[in-house]
Design a binder for this molecule. Structure first.
Ligand code: ADP
Length: 833
């Protein structure tokens, strides 16, 4: 059995088997490897398949999906189960049209052709419309014909493109529809873009202007500076704003506001200039008009008179219209004339013209603005509507100025050189401002008239005051002579009883005349508003006593009882009021009470009532009839004078009394019964005076006694009236050692200087040349001690203040009563010694 061949054979076979086995193992290993490789490769392919950015769908020739990649889910919103195994043709993924496109693709792919890409749209699962590009490819897989469908999502690109397109459309709409002119220039100032608004502003169509130089829309002035502006725009990052004058195709000059900016490409190179422009002519004009209106309305308060106001109006209007030849004519209907408070004209000069048949009058007649060129003027002339007045103008524009619908004036501008100086828009504008101009002119006119009236009133007031002062002086001075010498005559002792009686009559008549004059002066002053209230402390009880003493002799003489009542203790009876007026009020009432009472009594006084004192004056006289009680305080009313001539008077006393009471802040009333007597009441508010120690004034007789005892004064009588000089020298004879005389102010000062030992100067106020005030001031410069007593003949209280201010110690009113003068002198020389 040991057959070597067989063994060899076996060995060989064994070797072969080993080799085969090895081979097999190799093969198996190899197989394993390829299987793994295949697995690996398939996995990688799968990954690639799923990672592809486009949706990949594989369907069989019937349209049934057999494989899809992951992205399908993202793009279509469907997952594998929704699609794999489903037939495309049975799904309603795509619109009809797009379904057909896919069908077409499928069909082409079946024929071995590639299809696409075509655009398809479909609804995603979320209902959103999506856009994709579809391509189909025929493929063979394991001898099986399949269709590979690639879907690329282009929704975003699609939407972006649409937005860009919409934006572009919108932008172009903007450019076409904006009221701003939109212009683009190349770097040679030539028009590249020109929108419809630019057409409207400048009048050139796009066709006309494309490629044209900027010069076509510039005025020569603007053209001069355009190069500078251009450089400015090109060198600036931000836009530039300008306001320029431009010119339109028809040659009209307009004002434009420009916003310009350079356009730079992505390489930062300037490629063009873009401009936005708007015509602001009207806006600026409206603003100017508004300002003009505002300024004109304000000017009423800032200008002095009508002439200046109209001058101002002309200057203001020159901002909006040519006012080289300008006037305002105010129409006077009564005499059919025009006054021209302001007229600026190159050729004519008028201040008043008859209205006649002028163009200006034509405006008044028509009540509307007239813009007349030479043609219209000659037409109107031919029609007989107007007759030419003044130099011929090329164009004339008149606008009515109306007040309450009535034409009160005309505002006119005209040109002698330029027939186009004014147009219809000027007419509108002037018509628009004319209302404010009328209002302003009217206000100023009224103001001027008021000022003139006030000036006149002031002048006439001054005249009246001067007249009153003069009359007062002229009457009182001779009365001083008459009454003074009558007193002296009476006291001379060398006259018969009859002569004495005559002298009393002279005295009485003189006094009556003086009373009348005083009343007249007072009422005139009250009415002229020249009566001032001067408050000071008044000792009311003293005043009552004084009046009692004053009227006692008169009452006694008539057989009447006169008594008084005081409502306050002496120490409490100091009030602040106007002493002169309170005195005048009481005196008037007591005087009347005595006058209108024949028998019985007169009782007067006051009671204190809170913040006021109620004064009363009661009598048992003839009384006042009821029906007269209301009018008793009116001027010139006299109840009893027509009954009997025994009551004299002017009928002014009570009206003066009432005016005074009212000036003191009180009121007056009367109660009366005919035949039984009258009671007058008045109350005045009081401001209590400080608690001042009440000085008992020495009785007049005592003082005279003392002064007369002295008899050693050196007296200067300054007086221009000879009679008064004589009278005064007699009055002071007993109290003087030496009497000097001066007839005027200068002499008075001179004598005072030369005689420093003078004790007293009786200073007349109204003297020729230098008056008494001036002389007093001069004397006070070198002599502070001499007593100066002013003699005033003017019935004005202000005179007393003036006298005091000039340096006088005291004053005495003319006509000078002997006792009063002695009293005053006594006051000073008693005090000094
Ligand atoms: P006359 O100067 O006339 O007195 P008045 O203005 O003082 O003017 O008075 C006006 C009029 O009032 C007097 O005319 C008189 O008729 C009347 N009257 C004034 N006071 C009294 C009085 N006490 N009793 C009666 N009548 C009086």
């Amino acid at each position: 059995m040991d057959n070597p061949d067989f063994i060899n054979q076996l060995r060989k076979e064994n070797e072969l088997l080993k080799l085969q086995l090895q081979e097999l193992e190799n093969l198996e290993r190899q197989h394993k490897l390829s299987e793994e490789e295949l697995r690996n490769t398939t996995g990688r392919l799968k990954k690639i398949f799923d990672a592809a950015p486009d949706a990949i769908l594989i369907m069989d020739v019937n349209g049934t999906f057999i494989q899809i990649n992951k992205i399908v889910e993202n793009i279509l919103g469907y997952n594998k189960q929704d699609i794999v195994g489903k037939n495309f043709f049975e799904m309603t993924l795509l619109t009809d049209v797009d379904q057909n496109k896919v069908k077409e693709g499928v069909q082409k792919s079946l024929k071995g052709e590639k299809f696409g890409p075509v655009e398809i749209s479909y609804k995603s699962r979320s209902g959103e419309y999506m856009y994709s590009e579809l391509s189909t490819y025929p493929i063979k897989f394991d001898d099986r014909s399949l269709i590979l469908m690639v879907v690329r999502d282009v929704t975003l690109q699609k939407k972006t493109a649409r937005i860009i397109q919409e934006n572009e459309q919108r932008l172009s709409l903007h450019i076409n529809q904006t009221p701003l002119g939109v212009i683009e220039w190349d770097l040679n100032f030539k028009v590249k873009r020109w929108n419809p608004a630019a057409e409207r502003i400048f009048g050139y169509t796009k066709k006309e202007v494309l490629g044209e130089n900027v010069r076509c829309i510039l005025t020569p002035e603007t053209y001069k500076k355009v190069k500078i502006l251009w450089d400015d725009i090109l060198s600036s990052d931000s836009g530039k704003r300008y306001i320029n004058e431009n010119v339109t195709k028809s040659g009209e000059t307009i004002l434009c506001e420009w916003f310009n900016t350079r356009l730079v490409n992505k390489h930062n190179k300037v490629v063009a200039v873009a401009s936005w422009v708007q015509d602001i002519t009207e806006r600026v004009r409206a603003e100017r008009i508004k300002k003009v209106l505002y300024d004109i309305s304000n000017a009423v308060n800032t200008t002095d008179n009508l002439h200046k106001l109209i001058g101002f109006i002309q200057t203001e209007l020159s901002n909006i219209i040519d006012t080289t030849n300008f006037y305002i004519a105010l129409y006077n209907e009564t005499n059919d004339t025009f006054t021209l408070p302001f007229f600026v004209d190159e050729k004519d000069q008028f201040t008043e013209i008859p209205a006649g048949k002028t163009l200006t009058k034509y405006v008044v007649k028509k009540q509307k603005p007239i813009l007349a060129d030479t043609r219209l003027m000659s037409e109107l002339e031919l029609q007989g509507e107007i007759e030419s007045v003044g130099a011929d103008s090329k164009i004339w524009l008149g606008v009515p100025l109306k007040t309450e619908g009535k034409v009160t004036g005309v505002l006119v501008v005209q040109s002698y050189t330029d027939e186009n100086a004014f147009n219809s828009s000027d007419v509108q504008m002037l018509e628009f401002v004319s209302d404010q101009i009328s209002i302003s002119i009217n206000r100023k006119k009224t103001e001027d008239e008021l000022v003139a009236a006030l000036k006149k009133a002031e002048e006439s007031d001054k005249l009246k005051t001067a007249f009153l002062q003069n009359m007062s002086h002229e009457i009182r001075t001779p009365m001083s002579g008459i009454l003074g010498f009558t007193t002296l005559l009476k006291e001379s002792g060398k006259i018969s009883d009859r002569q004495l009686e005559y002298l009393r009559i002279i005295e009485k008549s003189g006094e009556r005349m003086l009373n009348t004059i005083n009343d007249l002066m007072d009422i005139s002053k009250v009415e002229a508003g020249q009566m001032d209230v001067e408050t000071r402390e008044i000792h009311v009880n003293e005043l009552i006593d004084y009046i009692q003493t004053f009227f006692y002799p008169e009452a006694k003489q008539k057989g009447l009882d006169i008594s008084n009542e005081k409502g306050l203790e002496n120490s409490d009876s100091i009030i602040i009021s106007d002493k002169e007026k309170l005195y005048a009020i009481l005196t008037n009432l007591v005087k009347n009470a005595i006058k209108y009472t024949e028998k019985g009594s007169v009782n007067f006084g006051y009671v204190a009532k809170g913040n006021y004192l109620e004064f009363f004056v009661k009598d048992s006289g003839i009384g006042i009839p009821k029906q007269e009680l209301d009018t008793i305080f009116d001027r010139f009313v006299q109840v009893h004078h027509n009954l009997s001539s025994k009551y004299e008077g002017s009928g002014l006393g009570l009206s003066i009394t009432k005016a005074y009471v009212e000036m003191l802040g009180g009121n007056i009333r009367v109660e009366s019964q005919s035949g039984k007597g009258s009671q007058f009441y008045f109350e005045i508010p009081i401001k209590k005076g400080e608690n001042i120690a009440i000085k008992a004034e020495p009785k007049p007789e005592e003082k005279i006694q003392k002064t007369e005892e002295k008899q050693q004064l050196k007296i200067l009588i300054a007086e221009d009236d000879e009679t008064i000089r004589k009278y005064l020298s007699i009055v002071v004879r007993k109290i003087s050692t030496e009497v000097l005389f001066a007839k005027n102010g200068i002499k008075t000062v001179e004598i005072s200087k030369n005689n420093p030992d003078i004790d007293l100067i009786l200073m007349d106020i109204k003297m020729p040349g230098m008056d008494g005030y001036e002389a007093t001031r001069k004397i006070r410069e070198f002599n502070k001690n001499v007593v100066i007593v002013a003699q005033t003949a003017f019935a004005f209280e202000s005179e007393h203040e003036k006298a005091e201010a000039a340096g006088c110690n005291d004053y005495i009113s003319k006509p000078i009563n002997r006792n009063s003068l002695i009293n005053i002198i006594g006051k000073y020389f008693n005090q000094q010694n």
